[in-house]
Design a protein around this ligand. Structure first.
Ligand code: GUN
Length: 292
C-alpha cells in the first residue's frame, strides 16, 4: 500500500508558487490578494478560513478575511461582494460555505465576478469546466487530480466510483475524471443518497473518491484489493484525546481499508492540504490574468 501524502505534494506545489510570487514582488508589482468572506461563526468554517490565511501568507499571497455577523442579510452580503468585485487590488474572492439559511448561496455565488471566482463555483466557471475550457477548477477536485498525477496513478479506462454528488466535490470530480485527458478518461459512477447498491458499485471500482460526509462510511468489505482510495471526508467528531476536543475523521475506515488498498489518502494530511493549494493556485492565476 502506498500512502498518498497530500502534505508532501502540496508543499512541493507551494514552493513553486512561493518562487513565482517572489519574482512578482521583485519586479516591483503588488502581491496577489485573496479575500475570504465568512458569515457567522461556524467553527469548521473558521478553521478552514484560518488555514487558508496561513497558507497564503506562507507563499507571499496577501490574504484578508472579511467577517460578517450571522444576522447579515442577503442584500448586505451582495453589497460586500459587489464592492470587492470592483476593487482592483483584490484578485480572488471566496464566500465561505455554508451560509446561514436566510441567504441563498446561489444568488451570492452568481454575484461574484467570474474573473475573481477562485472557488470555481460560479456558473460560468462550471460551464467552462464542463466544456473543457480553461477556467478556475474547484479546489478540492483540482487537488484530487493533482494527487493522482503526482503519484502517476493510471486512470485511463478505469472505473472511478465517486460517493457524494455535492457541487463542491463529487459533481466536479465526476466531470474532471471523465474528461479526455490525464488524469481522466475514467468511466465514472456518481453515487448519492438514492443509489441503492453503493457497496456493489464500490466493489467494482478501481478508484474510489469518498465525499459523502459520513465518518468511516467506506469499509473494508466494500473495496477490492489494490483499489485507489481518495478520502475527502473532514468530519469533526468529539474526542477526549485531542487538545481541541475534536478529531478529524475521514469518510473511509482507514485502519481496515488501508490493509486492502493499493493507494490511500490519510485524513488529515491527504486531500485537505491539496484543497488549499488549489485555491492558492487559482488566486495566482486570477492575479496573472488581471495584471500580467
Ligand atoms: N466550504 C467547504 N469547502 C469550501 C470551499 O472549497 N469553498 C468555500 N467557499 N466554502 C467551502
Amino acid at each position: 500500500m502506498t500512502l498518498i501524502d497530500g502534505k508532501l505534494v502540496s508543499s512541493a506545489i507551494k514552493e513553486e508558487i512561493k518562487k513565482e510570487v517572489a519574482g512578482i514582488l521583485d519586479s516591483g508589482k503588488r502581491a496577489p490578494h485573496l479575500v475570504a468572506i465568512i458569515v457567522g461563526e461556524d467553527p469548521a468554517s473558521m478553521t478552514y478560513v484560518s488555514n487558508k490565511e496561513k497558507a497564503c501568507h506562507a507563499v507571499g499571497i496577501t490574504s484578508s478575511v472579511y467577517k460578517m455577523p450571522v444576522e447579515t442579510t442577503q442584500d448586505e452580503l451582495l453589497k460586500v461582494v459587489d464592492f470587492m468585485n470592483r476593487d482592483a487590488d483584490i484578485d480572488g474572492i471566496i464566500v465561505q460555505l455554508p451560509l446561514p439559511a436566510s441567504i441563498d448561496k446561489n444568488v451570492i455565488i452568481n454575484a461574484i465576478d467570474p474573473k475573481k471566482d477562485v472557488d470555481g463555483f460560479h456558473p460560468e466557471s462550471v460551464g467552462k469546466m464542463v466544456a473543457g475550457m480553461d477556467t478556475f477548477l474547484p479546489a478540492t477536485p483540482y487537488g484530487i487530480v493533482k494527487l493522482l498525477e503526482y503519484y502517476k496513478i493510471e486512470t485511463e479506462g478505469k472505473h472511478c466510483v465517486i460517493v457524494g454528488r455535492s457541487n463542491i466535490v463529487g459533481t466536479p470530480a465526476a466531470i474532471l475524471l471523465s474528461r479526455k485527458a490525464y488524469p481522466g478518461n475514467c468511466t465514472v459512477t456518481l453515487c448519492h443518497s438514492k443509489t441503492p447498491n453503493i457497496k456493489e458499485l464500490c466493489l467494482s471500482a478501481d478508484i474510489i473518491i469518498a465525499a459523502i460526509g459520513k465518518p468511516g462510511f467506506i469499509t473494508a468489505d466494500m473495496v477490492r484489493k489494490g483499489v485507489v482510495v481518495i478520502d475527502v471526508g473532514t468530519n469533526r467528531v468529539e474526542s477526549t484525546e485531542t487538545k481541541s476536543g475534536y478529531a478529524l475523521l475521514g469518510d473511509v475506515d482507514f485502519e481496515n481499508v488501508s490493509k486492502v488498498a493499493g493507494y490511500i489518502t490519510p485524513v488529515p494530511g491527504g486531500v485537505g492540504p491539496m484543497t488549499i493549494t488549489g485555491l492558492i493556485q487559482n488566486t495566482l492565476k486570477a492575479y496573472k490574468q488581471a495584471n500580467i
